[in-house]
Write a protein that binds this ligand. Sequence first.
Ligand code: ZN
Ligand code: ZN
Length: 473
Amino acid sequence: MKVLFAPDLAKRKASELLLLPFWEGVTPAAQWSGLKLSPPVDFSGKAGEVCLHYPEKGLDEPRIACIGLGKKGAASDEQIRRAYAEAVKLALTKKIQKITVVPAIGFIAPVIEAVLLANYAFVVRKEAPPLLEEIQWIGVEPAQFQPIYTLIQGVHFARDLTNGNADDVNPRMLADTAKELLKQNRHLKGKVLDKKQIEAEGMGLFLAVNRASALDPFLIEVSYFGNPKSKEHIVLVGKGITYDTGGLSIKTTEGMSTMKADMAAAATVLATVKVAAELGLKVNITALAPVTENVIGSKSYKPGDVYRSMSGKTVEIFSTDAEGRLILADALTYAQKYLKPTCLIDLATLVGGTVIALGDDFSALYATEKKLAAALLAAADQTGERVWEMPLVEEYSEALKSDIADLRNSGWKEASSIRAALFLKEFVDTVPWAHLDIAGPAFLPKPKYYNPTKGTGYGVRLLVSFLQSRARA
Ligand code: ZN
Ligand code: ZN
């Protein structure tokens, strides 16, 4: 993609479409008097309204996308993002490839984010639909554009991994992707544990989930120490089930149809550490991702059997489909044993009940520390990657009890999202910990706002914003 910058409208190069913002309730022509416009009378400037206008003369571009921003003074960053995304989506349906973007005053960053986020498609057709190939920015400095471009490239990196076929984006491919990141950026350090090393660590839950797979599991660890003088170390753990059949507790056809995305959280934490290093954030972080398939075979782990975790706690398996919490439990133990985290955050496409409760606009947040929850909620507010804090109701832990083992992994209908979080909490000691269940927003059945259908890369912008706030603190 080619990127051009012009200091103002007078110095622009003509393109195929001019994206022009309008506030609601102000005469459209008066807002861009220099352009001698006469936008259609039925355009009101309401937030999210987009209207293609074909001026007869006096303009270098054949068309304008009039973008409604809502009332001046009342617009949020997210409202602006969604409005510009609508214009980009309209341009793509018209196969327009060269656009000029005039950002709304005071909203340059959200406009850049929205345009870049909306300019994405993962389509496996004979003829791929064209994306924008040239974007000209009016009144934007290259130095302002570059870090946002780096961030959104990270989101696209996570989207691509989530959208790829499960046979391609398998545990080894994710391990190789991590090794490639280590090669590309000398500021990244890390390693990949293979099956033998995972066995040596005694990660019995992780290995149980992997048992039926013909493919070996890996534990991916990628670190970036951007502030070596600080003792703070944020460890991000991402669930990496590259395909979830449910195991012997097999899923329905419908339930299985989205399960190539059960590694979305692993993609998000890898993308986050990549972006943090590329932006040179002054933080110390590690992305940790246990990756394996959860499939069916003669070696499948079995409901009713008991497995020993790396922590020593034993778990009675009620459902082999509740496998995410098993691999995360061992990864959380590993993180605390070897990485000395001062803050531990895990992400997972974990529980269907979370999506029933919150839909696909929100992830569910559980946290053991108010300050940490507040920082993540603030990042959600900043980025539009929405988060809803849910309670860790200690009394509900009763249901986690097993007659024969320390815990059982599921088997309750009510509060399934909360109980999954409580299960994970059993494997966390005193370190401040947060759990984000991203099952809703990570993978969409159809395009929404600036997100394409399927993989969204949810969480990358949220976590990077959270890290930026930590770097400032
Ligand atoms: Zn499952
Ligand atoms: Zn799963």
